[in-house]
Design a protein around this ligand. Structure first.
Ligand SMILES: [Fe+2]
Ligand SMILES: [Fe+2]
Length: 262
């Protein structure tokens, strides 16, 4: 039977697919870390209070990147180059979602509007991260190698999502509501497409590595298209709502470390 669990299990059991999985994850996390670190450095003076939280956000993503690299190392594996068509973060940036890397590389301070854009983009992508890690936690929370890493990252991603909700509600109350709604909608509709394309690309690489029969690959591709069809019709709305999280000020403290990994 094809299930999310059996699929992940198969990917984890093979060194080649495991290292591709970890390499893609590590690279996405590190890119997220870099983006957040740059945004924190360029926060406009009027939003200075937000800077430590953005720094913390970046530190968490960097830590996740180190954890995925450490998981590979633990099995004696080296990272492999990430195929561009599987590079979720880079593809989002290329499609103009979030803040352009050109802008982040410069030394010009960002505007309040840029900060709102960053938060709206993060609200969408952190939802995806939170759901994906939740799925992994559901199936592998007790896995001897992955369990602790998965539980820690999943907890962090939930915090990131809570932080985005809270800060966006604050900006909405300050008069940015329309810009937030527009950016959320644009980001969500672009994200679901890119997520579909990246999922298809990752599955095609995994299928080649693991020698999947054509029917299995076809069933998986059909599943990915079905998820997209659902998200396009209705599912995207879950990515654009804003509700005050139970956990306030989720990124208020310093980053927790993961000394056993990195
Ligand atoms: Fe992360
Ligand atoms: Fe995150």
């Amino acid at each position: 039977m094809l299930s999310a669990k059996s699929l992940f299990q198969e990917i984890l059991d093979n060194d080649e697919s495991y290292r591709l999985f970890c390499s893609i994850a590590a690279s996405g996390e590190s890119q997220g870390g870099w983006e957040n670190t740059r945004i924190a450095a360029l926060v406009p003076a009027s939003e200075r209070e937000l800077a430590p939280k953005i720094t913390r956000h970046g530190a968490d993503e960097d830590k996740h990147g180190r954890i995925f690299n450490a998981l590979m190392k633990k099995r004696g594996l080296e990272a492999v180059p990430v195929p561009p068509e599987t590079d979720y973060t880079m593809l989002l940036e290329k499609h103009g979602i979030g803040l352009a890397h050109e802008k982040l590389k410069s030394d010009e301070p960002l505007t309040v509007q840029d900060i709102v854009t960053y938060l709206a983009h993060s609200r969408v992508t952190e939802q995806r991260a939170s759901e994906q890690m939740d799925l992994l936690r559901k199936h592998f929370a007790d896995h001897p190698d992955l369990g602790r890493a998965v539980r820690m990252i999943s907890h962090d991603e939930d915090d990131h999502l809570a932080y985005c909700h809270e800060e966006l509600l604050r900006f909405a109350a300050a008069g940015h509501g329309r810009a937030i709604q527009r950016t959320l909608r644009e980001s969500a509709l672009a994200e679901i497409r890119i997520y579909r394309d990246v999922s298809l690309a990752v599955m095609s690489h995994m299928g080649r590595i693991l020698g999947w029969p054509r029917t299995k690959s076809a069933v998986l591709a059909a599943g990915i298209h079905a998820v997209y069809a659902y998200e396009r019709v209705a599912g995207w709305r879950r990515m654009v709502s804003l509700t005050m999280p139970e956990r306030r000020n989720a990124l208020g403290g310093p980053a927790t470390s993961a000394p056993e990994f990195a």
